[in-house]
Write a protein that binds this ligand. Sequence first.
Ligand code: MF3
Ligand code: CO
Ligand code: CO
Length: 275
Amino acid sequence: MTEYQTVTGTETVIRDGTIKLHGPEGFEGMRKAGRLAAEILDALADIVQPGVTTGALDDVVRQMTLDGGAVPATLGYRGYTHSCCISVNHVVCHGIPGDKALKDGDIVNIDVTPLLDGWHGDTSRMYLVGDVPLKARRLVDVTHECLMIGIEKAQPGARLGDIGAAIQAHAEKHRYGVVREFCGHGLGRLFHDAPEVVHAAKAGTGPELRPGMFMTIEPMINLGRPWVKLLSDGWTAVTRDKSLSAQFEHSIGITEDGNEIFTQSPAGRDKPPYA
Ligand code: MF3
Ligand code: CO
Ligand code: CO
């Protein structure tokens, strides 16, 4: 049985397995955090190019987050020491920024989470470095479609499994693999909270979606098989078959009549090309 808990935004919230239901204060907080997150990703579109290191991009994310009055939620999170995750080519997620330079043809995910006034804005986009082969660009396009198809299913009265079912059907129609080991999540005052939003599921299963629920949807889609492995750094997840992987993420809230995307790009830069 699923338990829900009403949250106004001022009380202490813990990870107790309940699904939090937020009011207007929560929506206002998430709108601000989400907008800052989207603006950071907007700015990165002008900087991601051959030769730039992922560490330099991390510096930009940290500075923009602090300038926006927020702190990067990943900094110090479970021992992680960077301001974002940068996942290149066959890295599925949680790539650690460093001195590696991007090169022509790379596809790159950058995932940011400013924590602003106690609310988490969690979002990621793909970036194309220079000339990217058609096969990789198609993977990126379809992965964005998967995200938006999942968001369309996030309606009050629907079931959580409806989201993953729609994403899985779309990805598999293109013969892509849907990553199972990582999923979307509830968020708000907490970075990662119940429920787990899986991206491969059966329609009609799982808890009912109710107004006031906040969650991320963040499908990771592989050009090859779905299977991933973790590198010895304890963070970096890569495809087992070395195939390319893509991901997009939005933070959303369920409303009375649909949903609100907190992390939509104010510049219309939700997916490449960003020119
Ligand atoms: N932003 C990631 C997510 O979408 C989580 C990153 S946690 C980190 O949930 F520690 F790896 F940064
Ligand atoms: Co997330
Ligand atoms: Co994220």
